[in-house]
Design a protein around this ligand. Structure first.
Ligand code: LM2
Ligand code: CA
Length: 476
């Protein structure tokens, strides 16, 4: 159903309930569209609300359907990006901006058809012994006035407060992650506070959530919170590793694919490793496509060596192209700032708030070196925005016409698209057989022309570490 039609149907449903004198039991929320495989998201890591608001016109035009915002709630103060993962209260006020700016962002982005998703920290509160939050809220560890008292936090069954045995699910879920005060979500009063926060955000027009540290929250307790929101709300749980199994979480929402991050790093970290990657059997072994958000990197893996990052720009570019090119998952792109210190967050001014973010000049994989703090703006890289259009044009069509020549590799997506990569040091000129209709196409990567002959063959010149992509919607 298209967006206006969906609105109309929703309006009728409400009207007919009113005519019948009935009222819906569940509270009604602003419109939200559950994410689909055709949609593309982007994590705007540590972008301030005002800057995302300003960027949403671009995001909408580029075809991004949703943007993920870093944890917006009040946290401990401090210039480290990770202070945002240490909540002090659920007031929307942090170096990323105020509640007014947050609401304005959601509204403006919606007007550009970009939904806002929020990174929510439900597993824990800050680990600091005591202090004052960014918005002035005083706290001590295990005492958060108006929210939680000591008995609302888990007692680690091992007697040591920290998680030690990472194969023991009870420890993973009931002991402290990094010394962060671990909320006891088996208690309904604790879940009620967390649900109130989620409802507040949903009422502000937020469409869904990334559940931070979800594996540290028992799936059945998280589900009880999810069930208290409306069914259009998107949930994406962060569940890394084997224990607990991801399937417990995709039973009621989505999961991020950390296998995908690893696979992209493995494939794109050296020359010529793409061969065989257009393999439907491989995708069928992963978590279900309609439950899985695929990504090249996030804020953690960008720092821990687990992912391809902007520091290897050609690899990052092609890994993002590949993620948008295959019939698997609900892709989320990643956009971030340059750093040379893992802890350093974006610079804030004397008010404590971040000044407006602006992209580096000449953003793209050929930009060269960055100064720490510069905004890399991977979400604007031409190959990535070009491939959003490809992704939407090819839908769920199957792999066809797989081609390999040395370090170059390509595949079709039925009759709807074709993409070829060269992950070798030498340029490749080749003729590739496709199932595309004859004609002249615009390459989604370079913007140049690609001609498909009557027999479906196309001639391509693939420079080292570039790609070429055409689809039915790029036909001239
Ligand atoms: C996550 N997912 O499960 C986030 O993606 C990840 O970025 C968070 O860690 C983590 N879980 C907790 O939300 C980050 C950062 C840590 C940082 C924590 C809390 O990667 O380094 O830990 O946020 O701010 C920091 C210190 C750590 C200290 C801890 C508690 O780096 O040394 O542990 O605070 O004071 C004693
Ligand atoms: Ca926990």
């Amino acid at each position: 159903m298209n967006k206006p039609l969906r609105r109309l149907v929703a309006a009728f449903a409400t009207a007919s309930l009113a005519v019948l004198g009935l009222s819906a039991c569940a509270p009604s929320y602003p419109e939200a569209t559950p994410i689909t495989n055709d949609m593309v998201g982007v994590q705007m890591n540590m972008w301030s609300f005002a800057s995302i608001e300003a960027e949403c016109e671009f995001l909408g035009q580029a075809g991004y359907d949703w943007a993920l915002v870093s944890p917006p709630q009040e946290s401990i103060p401090g210039g480290e990006w990770w202070s945002h993962y240490q909540p002090v209260s659920y007031k929307i006020d942090s170096s990323l901006g105020t509640e007014a700016q947050f609401k304005s962002m959601v509204k403006t982005c919606k007007s550009h058809d970009v939904q806002i998703m929020v990174d929510v920290v439900l597993n824990h509160m800050t680990g600091q012994m005591n202090g004052k939050g960014f918005a002035g809220t005083e706290f001590s560890k295990y005492e958060f006035a108006g929210l939680y008292a000591t008995d609302d936090f888990n007692q680690c069954p091992t007697g040591v407060s920290q998680i030690e045995d990472w194969s023991n699910v009870e420890e993973i879920q009931k002991c402290e992650l990094l010394g962060l005060a671990d909320l006891n979500t088996s208690k309904s009063n604790v879940r009620d506070k967390l649900v109130a926060y989620l409802r507040d955000l949903r009422n502000m027009g937020v469409a869904g959530f990334r559940v931070d540290a979800a594996k540290h929250i028992p799936a059945n307790e998280l589900k009880q919170m999810v069930d208290q929101l409306d069914g259009n709300t998107t949930f994406i749980s962060e569940v890394i590793g084997e224990m607990p199994p991801q399937s417990e979480y995709y039973a009621f929402g989505h999961v991020f694919s950390f296998d995908w991050i690893t696979q992209m790093r493995n494939i794109f970290s050296s020359n010529g490793l793409l061969g065989g990657s257009a393999d439907q059997n491989y995708f069928d072994m992963l978590s279900p496509s309609d439950k899985t958000v695929t990504l090249v990197s996030n804020h953690d893996t960008e720092r821990n060596g687990g992912a391809v990052t902007y520091m290897f720009p050609k690899a990052f570019n092609l890994a993002s192209v590949f993620t948008l090119a295959v019939p698997y998952g609900k892709p989320m792109m990643y956009s971030s700032y340059a750093f040379n210190d893992n802890d350093q967050g974006p610079f804030a001014d004397f008010t404590g708030y971040q000044p407006k973010e602006t992209c580096v000049a000449n953003y793209g994989p050929d930009h060269g070196a960055y100064e720490p703090g510069e905004w890399v703006c991977q979400h604007r890289w031409p190959a990535i925005t070009g491939m959003i259009a490809f992704h939407k044009a090819v839908g769920d069509s199957k792999f066809t016409n797989i081609w390999q020549e040395g370090d170059a590799y390509g595949f079709g997506r039925g009759k709807l698209g074709y993409v070829a990569f060269n992950t070798g040091d030498t340029d490749v000129a080749a003729t590739i057989k496709t199932s595309m209709p004859a004609g002249t196409y615009t390459d989604r990567i370079s913007g140049g022309d690609v001609v498909v002959a009557a027999d479906g063959s196309m001639q391509v010149a693939l420079a080292s570490w570039t790609a070429v992509a055409i689809d039915v919607k790029s036909k001239k």
